[in-house]
Design a protein around this ligand. Structure first.
Ligand code: PGA
Ligand code: ZN
Length: 454
C-alpha cells in the first residue's frame, strides 16, 4: 500500500529546479527503507508538441523556472488521490498512469504537469519491481530488477536480453553549448564492440583521444564541455566535427568499429521556412529545406560512417521529412517530430516521414505511454532510440527501460559528467548481473536498429 506520496524541488544538471517524488510504502521489510524515489529530467531543445512541463513562471524565483506548483500538485492532488484510491503494488502501472491522466484532465498534462505525473509514474515502477515477488513462491524479499519488471510490462519478456549500443554525444553544439556550431549533437557509436563493457571502453578512449586532439588544435580552453558532457570547441561546420571524430577514432585504433550519428535538433533554427545555420553567431547562412536535404545527403553519401540522423528537419516541416525519407537510406529518427506520442507516430507513419522514434519519457509524461509509443513504433518496423534529456539528474531509470524494451541503442551524452555516466554505469551493472545469472544477453552491435532479429 502507498502510505504517502511526497515531492520536493531538487536540481538538474543545468542547475535548474526539477521534481523529485517519493512513494512511502509498507515494504520496509523488503527494501532498506520502503521508500521509492524518482527524479525528473528536463530538455532545452524542447519540442512544441511535448507534454507540458509545469514551471512556476514567477520571475523572482529561479528566473521563473521553479517547480513549486508541480511539487504541490504531487503533494496535494496526486498523492492524496492515490492514497484515497488505495493504490498498491498489485495495481498495473498502466492503470496508475491512466488514473493520473484522468485526474489531470487535459490532453497534454497541462494542469498537473508532466513533470509531476512522470515522477510518480517512475517511482511507482520502482515500487512495483521491488514488490513483484511478494506473492510468489521463494520470495527472497528483494523484489526484481527494474528492467525485469518493465520488460514484462512492455510484453517484451521473450528472447534474449539486448544490451544497447551507446551513442555518445562527444561534440556539443546548438542550444547545448556556447560555440558556434548550429548542429546540436555529433555522436559516436561503437557498433563493432562485442559487449556493452567493450563499447564503454571504446567510447571512453575515443573521448580522451578527442580531448588531446582538441588541445593540440585549439588549445586547452577548447576542452570545456557542453550540457551533455561533449566538448564544445570553436567549430561551426558539421564536416569539421566529423573530421575531428575521424581523427580521434583513428588515433584510438578503432577505425571501422565506430559509427557516427548527428542530431542537428533543427527545430531550434527553423525560422520562416528556412534553416538558419548562422543562428548562434548571427552570420548569414540560411538554407532552404531543399538545401538542407542536399547537405545531409552529401554527409551521408560522403566519407563518414554516418548511420543515424535525428531531427534533420523541424517538427512541422513534414514535407521535407517525407521527401528525405524516400532516399536517405539510414536510420531517420523523429524526436521533436514525434515527442514519444502515439498520435504523432501515427501521423508520421501515414506520411512516411521517418523510420525510427526517439523515446524520452518526459516528452509524454508517463512510463506506460512511453512504452506504448515504443511498441507502436516496433510494430511499424521502426527503430526505437532511447534518450536522456540535456537537463538530467543522476536518476538512471532509462538504463533499465532500454534493456526492458530491447531497443538496441540509447543516447545518454558523452562518457563524462555524473548524470550522463549514471545511465552507462547502470547498464554496466545490468550486463554484469545478467552474465552472472547466466541469462541470455547479447550486445546489439551492428543490429542496433533492428535488435529483434538478434
Ligand atoms: P533536449 O535535447 O533534451 O535539450 O531536448 C536532446 C535532444 O534534442 O535529443
Ligand atoms: Zn533530438
Amino acid at each position: 500500500m502507498i502510505r504517502a506520496v511526497s515531492a520536493a524541488q531538487r536540481f538538474d544538471s543545468r542547475g535548474n529546479p526539477t521534481v523529485q517524488v517519493e512513494l512511502d510504502t509498507e515494504l520496509a521489510h523488503r527494501t532498506q527503507s520502503g521508500k521509492f524515489r524518482a527524479l525528473v529530467p528536463s530538455g532545452a531543445s524542447t519540442g512544441q508538441h511535448e507534454a507540458v512541463e509545469l514551471r512556476d513562471h514567477d520571475a523572482s524565483r529561479f528566473g521563473g523556472k521553479g517547480v513549486a506548483n508541480a511539487v504541490a500538485n504531487v503533494r496535494e492532488t496526486i498523492g492524496p488521490a492515490l492514497v484515497r484510491e488505495q493504490f498498491d503494488a498489485r495495481m498495473q502501472l498502466r492503470d496508475l498512469d491512466a488514473f493520473m491522466c484522468r485526474l489531470d484532465g487535459t490532453p497534454n498534462k497541462a494542469r498537473l504537469g508532466a513533470n509531476a505525473i512522470l515522477g510518480v509514474s517512475m517511482a511507482f515502477a520502482r515500487l512495483a519491481a521491488a514488490a513483484s515477488r511478494m506473492w510468489a513462491d521463494g520470495d527472497d524479499g528483494q523484489g526484481e530488477p527494474l528492467y525485469e519488471f518493465l520488460r514484462r510490462e512492455a510484453g517484451a519478456d521473450k528472447g534474449p536480453y539486448i544490451m544497447p549500443v551507446p551513442f555518445f554525444n562527444v561534440l556539443n553544439g546548438g542550444v547545448h553549448s556556447g560555440n558556434t556550431m548550429a548542429f546540436q549533437e555529433i555522436m559516436i557509436a561503437p557498433v563493432g564492440a562485442t559487449s556493452f563493457e567493450e563499447a564503454m571502453r571504446m567510447g571512453s578512449e575515443v573521448y580522451q583521444a578527442l580531448k588531446k586532439i582538441l588541445v593540440e588544435k585549439f588549445g586547452s580552453p577548447a576542452t570545456g564541455v557542453g550540457d551533455e558532457g561533449g566538448f564544445a570547441p570553436p567549430i561551426t561546420k558539421p564536416e569539421e566535427a566529423l573530421d575531428l571524430l575521424t581523427a580521434a577514432v583513428k588515433s584510438s585504433g578503432y577505425t571501422g568499429k565506430i559509427a557516427f550519428a548527428i542530431d542537428p535538433a533543427s527545430s531550434e533554427f527553423f525560422r520562416d521556412g528556412v534553416y538558419d545555420l548562422g543562428f548562434k553567431d548571427k552570420t548569414a547562412d540560411r538554407r532552404s529545406p531543399q538545401q538542407m536535404q542536399q547537405l545531409y545527403q552529401g554527409l551521408v553519401n560522403g566519407q563518414y560512417p554516418i548511420v543515424l540522423l535525428e531531427d534533420p528537419f523541424a517538427e512541422d516541416d513534414w514535407d521535407s521529412w517525407t521527401e528525405f525519407n524516400k532516399t536517405c537510406g539510414i536510420e531517420l529518427v523523429g524526436d521533436d517530430l514525434l515527442v514519444t506520442n502515439v498520435e504523432r507516430v501515427r501521423m508520421a507513419d501515414e506520411r512516411k516521414a521517418c523510420n525510427s522514434m526517439l523515446l524520452k519519457v518526459n516528452q509524454i509524461g508517463t512510463v506506460s505511454e512511453a512504452i506504448e509509443a515504443a511498441n507502436l513504433a516496433f510494430s511499424l518496423g521502426w527503430g526505437v532510440f532511447v534518450s536522456h534529456r540535456s537537463g538530467e539528474t543522476t536518476d538512471d531509470f532509462i538504463a533499465d527501460l532500454t534493456v526492458a524494451l530491447g531497443t538496441g541503442h540509447l543516447k545518454s551524452g558523452a562518457p563524462c559528467r555524473g548524470e550522463r555516466v549514471a545511465k552507462y554505469n547502470r547498464l554496466l551493472d545490468i550486463e554484469a548481473e545478467l552474465k552472472a545469472l547466466g541469462k541470455p544477453c547479447v550486445y546489439a552491435g551492428e543490429s542496433f536498429r533492428f535488435p529483434s532479429k538478434l
